[in-house]
Design a protein around this ligand. Structure first.
Ligand SMILES: Nc1ncnc2c1ncn2[C@@H]1O[C@H](COP(=O)(O)OP(=O)(O)OP(=O)(O)O)[C@@H](O)[C@H]1O
Ligand SMILES: [Mg+2]
Length: 405
């Protein structure tokens, strides 16, 4: 798939922007703070419906909008071609008074081809794979960074996943509130049963989705990793579910890291029943700690090269190679699952790659229908690359095509 038009209003630096996109690689070039990353962020928003760079979605609304405006609205409208068919996806971010004096709340709404839809129905319409410098945190950051990474892929490729994730997270908040109340004031632990059922129902879907995804992603990433390291390193993705539907044998406290566990044969129903059982077993413990101790909200994912955990012991170069392999794997996986190449969004990553890895990335650019790339320095790109691809200049929120000799 590829974007054919992007229209922004009041989105970060852009009060208004209208851009027609060719089905090609487009390199956005310009000095710092001109709006390059914002264009990629807008494209990513159409795939994930959340910000990939700002801390919160409300920071995406142009802060120069007059204070007096009662409603502050940012709009992203993307026209894209998917399987030869044109679609229009529109997202609105609306900051509106919420009743309390002076306070505002953010509302998001979305339309597909002019018809208002829930976000859960829109995931997977437009797919993108982003590669940003701050993504090293997938490997080096906290478990929640890794869960977010996996969830963002699954939301795009697994129908229903985003809905289950939302319901699961809502149930966790409610169950935790009840656990705290029971801990403070006492009462029958049976009140937890309805929440246990909900967690088991939605959580089993998340666990099953993660099992399948991590297996498939791991195999694909291993292939590209092998090529990038010329066969010197064997890469592995290791899913470490907080609630493991395959219990370690009795007497064995946890599985050693080198053990390969294949959970892919499990049915969602099996997982649901055993997870519900586990939650029930933990009532007393959970009431004591005031929170839910097991479940996909505490899952972990580890990256290994030659059995070495890259999160703990990887060098910077090893992390970059692993990340690049993962990005290759994501692109292939999305193509396999949806039949369409995702749009590739590369923010300032060429600078971080050595010539060998850069050449590998160029190979990927040849495959996809469209890639949007940013750089502050065109010198980093070969003359050949610049001659054969679109080069656009971004200056203070204005985008213009660079004329070529
Ligand atoms: N809500 C907002 N309203 C208006 N401007 C904003 C908002 N959020 C960010 N900006 C500004 O938008 C500008 C462009 O940011 P962007 O990240 O797109 O720049 P960039 O061209 O990618 O720069 P760099 O090369 O430094 O990465 C910045 O000056 C930033 O301060
Ligand atoms: Mg930038």
């Amino acid at each position: 798939m590829h974007l054919t038009h992007l229209s922004l209003s009041n989105f970060r630096i852009f009060s208004r922007l209208e851009l027609d996109f060719p089905r090609r690689v487009i390199l956005f070039h310009g000095s710092n703070a001109q709006g390059k990353t914002t264009i990629l962020g807008a494209a990513a928003f159409l795939a994930l419906f959340t910000s990939f760079s700002a801390n919160s979605d409300r920071q995406l609304i142009n802060f120069n909008l007059a204070e007096a405006e009662p409603l502050k609205v940012a709009r992203i409208v993307g026209e894209f071609s998917r399987g030869g068919r044109k679609n229009t996806l529109e997202v609105r971010l609306i900051l509106e008074p919420n009743g309390a004096e002076g306070s505002l709340r953010l509302r998001k709404e979305a339309l597909l081809n002019g018809v208002s839809r829930r976000f859960s129905e829109l995931f997977g319409q437009f797919n993108a794979v982003s590669f940003l410098p701050q993504m090293a945190k997938i490997i080096e950051g906290s478990p929640s960074d890794r869960r977010r990474y996996i969830d963002e892929i699954l939301c795009q490729i697994e129908p229903g996943y985003s809905k289950h994730l939302l319901k699961y997270n809502q149930a966790i908040v409610r169950r935790n509130a009840l656990l705290k109340r029971l801990g403070e004031f006492g009462g029958s632990a049976d009140q937890l049963d309805p929440w246990d059922s909900l967690l088991a129902e939605h959580g089993s879907f998340l666990i099953k989705g993660r099992i399948e995804l991590i297996k498939q992603l791991g195999l694909l990433a291993r292939e590209s990793h092998q090529q990038l390291t010329q066969g010197k390193e064997v890469f592995r993705l290791d899913y470490q579910p907080s609630f493991d539907p395959i219990q370690p044998k009795s007497g064995q406290i946890s599985l050693p890291v080198e053990t390969l566990v294949d959970r892919s044969g499990l049915e969602a129903k099996e997982i649901e029943l055993s997870f519900a059982h586990e939650l029930r077993q933990r009532h007393r413990k959970d009431i004591q700690r005031g929170s839910t101790s097991k479940g996909p909200h505490r899952d972990e994912l580890r990256f290994l090269a030659n059995q070495i955990d890259l999160g703990d012991f990887g060098s910077r170069g090893q992390s970059r190679t692993a990340l690049l392999s993962l990005k290759f794997a994501e692109v292939e996986l999305m193509k396999e699952r949806s039949g369409e190449w995702p749009v590739l969004l590369l923010d300032e990553v060429m600078a971080e790659l050595d010539p060998h890895r850069r050449a590998a990335l160029m190979g990927l650019l040849d495959k996809v229908e469209q890639a949007l790339i940013t750089t502050t320095d065109v010198e980093m790109f070969e003359a050949d690359f610049l001659a054969n691809h679109e080069v656009w200049n971004v200056k203070q929120g204005i985008v213009s095509q660079v004329s070529k000799p």
